[in-house]
Design a protein around this ligand. Sequence first.
Ligand code: NAG
Ligand code: NAG
Ligand code: NAG
Ligand code: NAG
Ligand code: NAG
Ligand code: CU
Length: 816
Amino acid sequence: MDTRSRSFIYLSSFLFFVAITTWFVLPTKYHYDEHYATESKPAFSAPKQNVWAELTEVEAEQIYDFVYAQRPELNLVRRPKSALENSIYILETLRPNKSDAVPYLFDDGDVPQRWAKAVLALNVDDTPSLVYHAVGPLPISKESQILPLTFPFNSGRNDVKSEIKDYQAIIEFGDSLGQSISDITQELLGATVNPNSEDGLLCLPRPSRVATGGLVLWFQFFRPGLGSGGRTLLPQGIYVKVNATSLDQNDWTAGPFFYNGVIYDDVEDFRVAIKNSALKKTPPNLDGSWTDTENFDAKPDGRELPPPISVQPYGARYKVDKKEKYVSWFGFEFYITTAQATGLTLYDIRFKGERVIYELGLQEAMAHYAGDDPMAGGQEFLDTFFGMGKNMYELLPGYDCPAYADYMDTHYHMAHETHELPNSICVFEYTADHLLSRHTAQYSVTASRNTYLIVRSTSTVGNYDYAIDYIFYMDGAIEVKVRASGYIFAAFYRSNKTEGEDEYGHRIGEAVSSSVHDHVINFKADLDVAGPTNDMVRLALEPLTKSYDWDQPEVKERNTMHLVEYGVNEETGLDWPKNSGEFFIVYNSEERNAWGQRRGYRITSGTGMGSTPHLTIENSTTLGDSARWAEHDIWVLRQKDTEPRSADPLNYLAPIDPIINFNAMADHESLEHGAPDTTYDGDLVVYFNLGSHHIPHSGDVPNTLMHTSGSSVMFIPHNFHDRDPSRESVQGVRLQIDGKKYGGGFRGQEEDARADLRSRGEKKPKANYFGATYEESMKLPLEAFEPDLEKGYKTKKHEVTDLNFNGSAAGVWMVD
Ligand SMILES: *[C@@H]1O[C@H](CO)[C@@H](O)[C@H](O)[C@H]1NC(C)=O
Ligand SMILES: *[C@@H]1O[C@H](CO)[C@@H](O)[C@H](O)[C@H]1NC(C)=O
Ligand SMILES: *[C@@H]1O[C@H](CO)[C@@H](O)[C@H](O)[C@H]1NC(C)=O
Ligand SMILES: *[C@@H]1O[C@H](CO)[C@@H](O)[C@H](O)[C@H]1NC(C)=O
Ligand SMILES: *[C@@H]1O[C@H](CO)[C@@H](O)[C@H](O)[C@H]1NC(C)=O
Ligand SMILES: [Cu+2]
C-alpha cells in the first residue's frame, strides 16, 4: 500500500496471468463416479448455528446505518482521507461470551445475543484514536445500543491513541526527503528517489518505535524489488531519523543520518563528509535475478517430469456445511470462523461426541529483530496489526492445497466496504507417506494408513507468508502447525563492517545481512477435556536411586527412574522441559476411563524443527508490555469472559501502556477448585507459542523454505479413551502369509482362537482389508492432477500490505 501506487510490475509469469485473467468460476470438482459426488449427497448441516460467524454484508450495512444515525455529532465519513477525519474503521463480530454460548451448545439454552464490535477512528483533540464499541443486539432493533467496549481489555480503556496523525504526510516526507538528497543517494547508492519511476529508490519508515511521546521514526532507503516484490531483501545503507511529532509538517526535522557505521548530525555534515572524501563508502545492495523467486530455465535431470501427487477419485469422506463453516470427519466436529486481525479460529471441537477444545485460534504473530543499525535494531512486527485475516489470500488449487480440496471464502468489513477473500480457507484429507501403525508377526503383517484432515489458510503480511494448519488425526490428536515462507526482512550489510555486525546475522549477498529474528506466534486453546472442569499437571519422569526388596541381596540400590506428578496450581507460564522430561497434561477433574485413570489430553511441542520457541530477548525495549505472552512457551490461566484474548492488534501502537497487558492476565491466581472454594469452577485456558528462532542463511534467498520454518504444538489424548480409537476408523490391510495352520501370532497359537482377526468368511483370503479399498482401474481427468489455474483463480489483485500504516489497525486513508 505504497501511496504512490507504484505497484509492482508482474514479471513472473504466474503473477502476470493473475493480473490478466478475467472473472472465472472455480474449476468444477471432478468425480470418478456420480454416486460419490459431494453434490449428490444429502445436504449436510451443522447441528447449531455458528454463533461466532463473521458479520454478513447485510448485518454490516444495518450497523453502519445505525451508528451514523445514532452518532451524528461525530460527523462520521465513509471513506476517511486522513486520520483526522472520523470514521467507522472496522466492523466485526463481537464473539459471544463462553458463558452464553455453552448453554446454547450443550443445554438447549437460547442462541446467544449477537453483537458487533465497531472500531471507530476518531480525532480527539487532534490526536487520532481508535475506539472500541459494542453494537447490538443484532439484528438492529429498538433495543440495540452502542456501548463503549471495555470488558475484554484489562487496561480498563476502550481506546488507543495513535501518534500517526498524518500517514500520507509521512510517506510524502520520505519522498521529498529522499529527493532532496538525490546527490547523496546517487553518489552512495547509485540511484535516486523518484516517485514517477518504477525503479527509483524508496525512503520508508520503520513502523515500530519506542513510545516516549511524539513520533520519532527512522527511515531507510530501499530498492523497490520489481520482479516478485523482494523489497525487503533490498535495504540500502542510508538511514535517517525523522521527528514527525508536530502537527505542522513544516516543523518536522530530518537527521541525524547513519551510514556505514558513522552518525552524521545533519545533512550538511553528511554532504561535507562525502565531498571531503572523509567518508568510507560501502557498496550498495543492488537488485538482480538473485531476488527472483523462480528459475524457469534450469533443467536438472528429472525436472522434465511432474512429481507424484495425491488424488481423491471417490470424493471426500468429511462433510462440510459451508454456510455455517462446520466440518465433520471421523468423529471430529467443529466450527470455523474468521476475523480480519487473527484469521481462523475453530470453536467447539468435539471428538466422538465429547468436548475437547472450546476455542482454538491465533492471537498474535510476532517477528522481533535485532541488529546494529537503526532499522533492524529496533524492528518488531505484531502482524495482527496488519491483519492475519485481512491478508489471507486466495489459495492455489493443486499447490497450496491438493486439487481435490474444498474451499471457503472469508469476508471482512473495513471503511464501509465488505471485502471478500475468495477460496482463502481449504479443507482436505491427506494420506501420509508413513503409516499410523504397523506390525509384523510371524505369519502376518498389518498396516494402518495415516489419513488426517487439514484446515489450512495462508496469511501474507507484506514480505512474509504464514501457512497455518489445523490437523486432525484419527486417534483424537489435534495439531496446530505454522510454516513460514516469503522474503525475509534483511538488513543492510556494510562490507567495511564495524565490530559486531556478524552478531546479528550472516552475510547472504553483496550487501545483505540475514538479520536474525525470533518468530513467536501465540495461540489460544480453551481446553475443555471431556468437559470444562479441568486440572493441569506436569507429569515428570525423573531419575531415581532406590533399594527394592526383591533386589536383595545382590543389588543394594538400583539407579532407575519413576513418575512424579506436580500440579499446576496457579496461573503461570511454563517452558518446555529439558530432555522432554515432563508431560504437560490437562485432565478432566472428575471423569476417569475404564482403568480408573483421569481422562486427559497431553500438550506437546509437535512435528517441527525442534521444540517451539519463546522470545530470546528479555524485557524487550521495543515491546514493553505489549506481548508478554512471548516470554514463555505455554501458559495456563483461568477462563474468563473478561479475558477472551491474550493480545490486541492495537497493542502495536501503545506498547508501553497496551490496551491488553498479558502480564495482568497471567497473574498467579489459584487454579485450585472445588469445595469449599467455589469462586473458580476449574475451567482453564492454555496459551501456547509456535514459531522459530530464525537465523536466515544463504538458503533463505530468495525465499524462506517451509520445511525448515515449520513448528507445531499437538494435543494428544492421554488416557482419554480406554483404547486407541483410531482402530475403528483407519483403512488398512492385514496380510496373512500363512493362513492355514497358524494365524498371526507366535507358533503354537491355534488358528481358531483368533479366526475373527485373520479372515473374512470362508474363503480365508490372504489380504484382509479393513475400510474400503480401490477396486478397479480408473481414468481421471487432468484437473485431478493439474487444476486449470488460468480459469480457477478469482483474485485479480492482492492487497498485500507493505508493512506500512495504511490499512493496518491504525486506520485506512483513502486517496481520491
Ligand atoms: C490505503 O489502502 C486502501 C486499500 O486498502 C486504498 O484504497 C487507499 O488508496 C490507500 N490509501 C493511501 C493513502 O494510499
Ligand atoms: C520533536 O519535535 C517536537 C515538536 O516539533 C519537539 O517538541 C521535540 O522536542 C522533538 N523531539 C526531539 C527528540 O528532538
Ligand atoms: C573499506 O575501508 C578500507 C579502508 O579502511 C578501504 O580501503 C576500502 O576501499 C573500503 N572498502 C569499501 C568496499 O569501501
Ligand atoms: C523492563 O524494562 C523496563 C524499562 O526499561 C523497566 O522499567 C522494568 O523494570 C523492566 N522489567 C523487568 C522485569 O526487567
Ligand atoms: C460478556 O461478558 C462480559 C463480562 O462479564 C459482560 O460485560 C458482557 O455484557 C457480556 N456480553 C453479553 C452480550 O452478555
Ligand atoms: Cu523469519
